[in-house]
Ligand binder design. Structure first.
Ligand SMILES: Nc1ncnc2c1ncn2[C@@H]1O[C@H](COP(=O)(O)OP(=O)(O)OP(=O)(O)O)[C@@H](O)[C@H]1O
Ligand SMILES: [Mg+2]
Length: 326
């Protein structure tokens, strides 16, 4: 993973094109939509596929947020759109706002990545920045997850990316899903929201968004080819992502006088459990990565962690709620 600094060519601001998005709504309320065809766009014979519709809408939006319940193909669509836009010569960034089934950065973080061409997986994006949220579920950290998403969207725009796609997690139903998604939309301020839904499970959110002038809402039905995963498979996927991330870790013994351990409100902690996941912060408070606690050595005033972040870059550690026992 790269450090917190963007490559100079990404930092250099470029003029962003005016949007000129049409004011009208597209999509058909009630979830009556054509299925998202898994085939590539540009069909011979000229048939317009739902993927074409998504691409055509996303190509005119500076910020596009993709939402839908679990296993509706959000991440695959995000990767495909990012690759297609990059192939047109656009500078494309993706914010991965799914803290559980993370692709850009490890679980517990919101990640910002650069997609420079066709990618097989969203995880092939080059990581530019991370924000530690603290858990692999957003339910206790709705505001934090939304705020982190918004900050990374703005960071991408400030860095001159022309298209920013925001992939989200599958929690859409019930009051929590509605609150989370409305908070993310408020924070990310997208021009376009692509709603992937099988029937009408995302209608409460879609309709709530349509009451405002922005964003434009486009509904799409998932491809029949989308594979649904059990809770166990999702946990496996998350654990594999953590294992892969920590495969590059070193075991560091850090004096807590130099690298204080705090909770999310900034209160100093004097003990943490083995296995707890910590955000690793640099001198500017930016997230450099995550760490897993091995031990707290109170006698020596040290914490022992596994992390791929180099010791000399670490200024502080922040405790979340998620633990992982390898
Ligand atoms: N168009 C497609 N053709 C074939 N397979 C697909 C297609 N879209 C998605 N899949 C497969 O379906 C599974 C779920 O897709 P994906 O991860 O994109 O869904 P998601 O909505 O992002 O899920 P989650 O809610 O877990 O984030 C993946 O294994 C993916 O490879
Ligand atoms: Mg996903």
């Amino acid at each position: 993973m790269g450090g917190p600094e963007m490559a100079p060519q990404l930092v250099q601001a470029r003029g962003l094109r005016p949007l000129g998005l049409p004011g009208q709504r597209s999509g058909r309320p009630g979830g009556a939509v054509a299925p998202l065809d898994p085939r590539r766009s540009g069909q011979p014979g000229g048939a317009v596929t739902p993927l074409d519709r998504a691409l055509e809408a996303a190509a005119r939006a500076r910020v596009t947020l993709i939402l839908g319940t679990s296993d509706t193909g959000k991440t695959s669509l995000t990767a495909r759109l990012a690759g297609a836009l990059a192939a047109r010569g656009e500078r494309v960034a993706v914010v991965d706002a799914d803290v559980g089934q993370s692709e850009i950065g490890p679980p517990t973080t919101v990640g910002l990545g650069h997609v420079a061409g066709a990618v097989a997986r969203l995880g092939d994006a080059e990581v530019i920045a991370l924000e530690f949220v603290g858990d692999t579920s957003p339910v206790r950290y709705i505001r934090e997850t939304a705020d982190a998403t918004g900050r990374l969207v703005r960071r991408a725009l400030d860095a001159g990316f022309e298209r920013v796609l925001v992939d989200t997690g599958g929690l859409v139903e019930g009051p929590l899903g509605l609150a989370l998604k409305r908070a993310k939309v408020r924070a990310a301020d997208p021009d376009l929201v692509l709603v992937l839904q099988r029937s009408d499970e995302s209608e409460p959110i879609a309709r709530a968004l349509e009451r405002d002038v922005r964003p434009r809402v486009v509904r799409l039905a998932p491809s029949p080819a989308v594979v649904r995963r059990s809770a166990a498979r999702r946990r496996e996927h998350r654990e594999r992502a953590l294992r892969d991330y920590l495969a590059h870790a070193a075991t560091l013994t850090l004096p807590t006088a130099r690298a204080p351990v705090r909770d999310r409100r900034g209160e100093a902690l004097t003990d943490v459990a083995e296995g707890l996941l910590l955000g690793v912060l640099g001198a500017g408070g930016e997230t450099l990565g995550i760490a897993r606690v091995r031990a707290w050595d109170a006698a020596r005033g040290c914490i022992v962690v596994d992390t791929p972040v180099p010791a000399e870059q670490i200024a502080a550690l922040v405790a979340g709620r998620a633990t992982w026992r390898a």
